[in-house]
Design a protein around this ligand. Structure first.
Ligand code: TYD
Length: 208
């Protein structure tokens, strides 16, 4: 039996990842694939600590936050109950809403980027994705979506910070250009147009 594929979605807050993940999941199932959808931060106890920091209830230094995301990601990959590794090994594809690219872009604006990248990329427990899809929507429309959908804003959810994060994402994608399979999708188009692109990209990796 062949192993499942790990597909990661990235994008700014409000870029429409949830909608596109649901549409891709449906298409993959139509193609007879088993699919497990998951997200970071996880619902582990570390994930809870992270959410308290994102909500602004507890202040944490960017290095400390990077380390919490790292611990949560190791748990997410390696735990023996519902870890990503288990699903991939039994032939299930995994779609993950955010992964280490978010640590590079979000924590990488305040913590040392090389250190954050090194910790994540050189940890053998953390599986390298087969594909990363970055939904590239403009900051104004992301901000409108945050405004409509959220009761409160998290610490990163303001336009100035999102601008810095977006810049970091692109710097990181440039650095990883030869090492990782990253596809940037223009998410400012209609939902079906964006989805059609994503499905094409998925089909192109599925046979490899
Ligand atoms: P959440 O509200 O759970 O999801 P959404 O992706 O829909 O906004 O927010 C997750 C937040 O965590 C988001 O602002 C990005 C941030 N984040 C990091 O800062 N570093 C990371 O490594 C990850 C995985 C997420």
């Amino acid at each position: 039996m062949s192993k499942g594929k790990l597909i990661v979605f990235e994008g700014l807050d409000g870029s429409g990842k949830g909608t596109q993940i649901a549409l891709l999941e449906k298409e993959m199932k139509k193609r007879g694939r088993k699919v497990y959808v998951t997200a970071e931060p996880t619902s582990s106890s570390t994930g809870g600590m992270i959410r308290d920091a994102l909500g602004g209830f507890v202040r944490r230094d960017a290095f400390e936050l990077s380390a919490l995301f790292l611990a949560d990601r190791i748990f997410h990959n390696a735990n023996t109950k519902n870890g990503i590794r288990l699903y991939l090994e039994n032939g299930t594809d995994v779609i993950c809403d955010r992964y280490y690219y978010s640590s590079f872009a979000y924590q990488g604006i305040d913590a040392d980027l090389d250190w954050v990248m090194d910790m994540n990329l050189n940890c053998s427990e953390i599986i390298k994705p087969d594909l990363c899809i970055f939904l590239d929507a403009d900051i104004e429309s992301c901000d409108e979506r945050i405004e409509q959908n959220r009761m409160d804003r998290e610490i990163y959810e303001n336009k100035e910070t999102q601008r810095r994060i977006r810049k970091r994402f692109f710097e990181v994608f440039e650095r990883l250009r030869n090492a990782e399979n990253i596809k940037i999708v223009d998410a400012s188009r209609s939902i079906p147009e964006v989805s059609a692109d994503i499905i094409k990209i998925y089909d192109s990796i599925k046979e490899n």
